[in-house]
Design a protein around this ligand. Structure first.
Ligand SMILES: [Mn+2]
Length: 409
């Protein structure tokens, strides 16, 4: 049995206002070609299918067109679980229809552990693999909050709830496996942050929970899981060094922090023994580069890149001593008529000089939501002692905004 483990597609994502639909189409075409050529039998997507809870029509079209192609390929089953960026109800809406194509969607937990357990069957309709398709477990799915609880109590309860959910789901899977009377491989999925996980600055991983919640310890996953297919972290990695517990990482670079890094999906072959994992590199469909330095370094590098005659998206960070007030204009002159595009130009020197006031070259597009709040705290000269509490409250507000849509239903 051969399957692909991938996650964190974030279809619909843009980079500093630049839409990336062509990249998504290219990636999904590549993936469908690969699956067809290598006769891959199942595809597991461990969350963050879309970048936001209300994907654009174009993002949806890309998703459904891909699913149609896969339904007509040798791949028998697709398992899709929701991540923290997805709307569970949006993913779930077409699930009855998609089930006819052997596309299994688990957008949210139902409360019955067995509901997330899928038995995948081969062409002879014999059971071949069991999948515990656990979606991102939201705070309110897990926790029975009580009045007067400390933050530490809440966090501890959440982590315990997640562990308990995995234990019950895997137990349900083991019962099904025992009933079937075959030593079927057991695969579990998840979308969470495990202890020791690696993130990079600028790789777009959004905090899962408010506060300083200790990530979930890897030891809470039941040992009977033959392969653990995780999503959420955007760098491909093993969990605690284990060969059969992995994050596939995002297939596209999510931000300039990942410029030049190789991206991949995993091909996993399971039989009765240990799963064999092969990292399959995803071609780079859009070059990204960060160019940092003084003006001589930046202009020199841009001339080199221009000569390559390739489409390259750039982040420019000017940190020279000389004060340059017209950085954008100078950059535009150099790249005029080339295939280079400057998506972001940061004038560090200028920003330092004028203490990050709005008169700088900095504008809202250059900042993420946390940076905007930081600027706000600085502008109001909030005493350091109050910063921690304000950040926490701000994060709570953000979290309920991200997940608020579900509450409204
Ligand atoms: Mn993600």
């Amino acid at each position: 049995m051969k399957f692909i483990h991938t996650s964190d597609w974030h279809i619909g994502r843009s980079l500093y206002g630049r839409k990336r639909y062509e990249e998504y189409e290219a990636f999904l075409n590549w993936l469908a070609d690969y699956i067809t050529r290598e006769q891959v039998e199942a595809l597991l997507i461990a969350g963050d299918i879309f970048d936001n809870t209300a994907p654009s029509n174009r993002a949806q079209e890309i998703y459904y067109r891909f699913l149609c192609r896969i339904a007509a390929s040798p791949c028998r089953d697709v398992v899709i679980t929701a991540g923290n960026h997805d709307s569970p109800s949006f993913l779930n809406a077409p699930r009855e229809l998609l089930r006819f194509l052997n596309i299994h969607v688990i957008g949210s937990v139902s409360g019955r552990a067995g509901d997330e357990v899928l038995v995948l069957r081969n062409d002879q309709d014999e059971p071949e693999m069991i999948v515990c398709a656990v979606p991102y477990l939201r705070d309110r799915d897990m926790r029975r909050a009580e009045a007067g609880e400390s933050r530490e109590d809440k966090e501890r309860k959440l982590v315990e709830g997640i562990g308990e959910h995995y234990r019950q789901t895997v137990e349900a899977a083991e019962r099904i496996r025992a009933d079937l009377g075959k030593p079927l491989p057991l695969v579990a999925m998840g979308h969470l942050f495990t202890a020791g996980g690696q993130i990079l600055d600028g790789d777009g991983v959004r905090n899962l929970y408010v506060g300083s919640l200790a990530p979930v310890g890897a030891q809470m996953f039941p040992a009977t899981i033959d392969y653990l297919a995780l999503g959420h972290l955007h760098q491909a990695q093993r969990v605690g060094g284990a060969e059969h517990r992995r994050y596939s990482g995002s297939p596209l670079a999510m931000g300039f922090g990942e410029a030049g890094r190789s991206k991949s999906v995993y091909l996993v072959e399971v039989s009765n023994g240990q799963p064999v994992v092969t990292e399959i590199p995803v071609p780079c469909f859009q070059l990204l580069e960060v160019v940092q330095g003084d003006w001589a370094a930046i202009s020199g590098r841009l001339e080199e890149l221009k000569a390559r005659d390739k489409s390259i998206w750039l982040e420019i960070i000017y940190d020279g001593d000389e004060i340059i007030g017209d950085l954008r204009q100078r950059l535009d002159e150099i790249i005029a008529g080339s295939k280079l595009e400057v998506l972001r130009a940061k004038n560090k020197r200028m920003a330092d000089k004028i203490l990050s006031r709005a008169q700088g070259e900095e504008n809202l597009d250059d900042l993420d939501v946390n940076e905007v709040f930081q600027r706000c705290l600085e502008a109001h000269q909030v005493p350091p002692a109050q910063v921690g509490e304000l950040l926490m409250t701000y994060n709570e507000a953000l979290q309920s905004l991200y997940e608020g849509e579900q509450q409204a239903e």
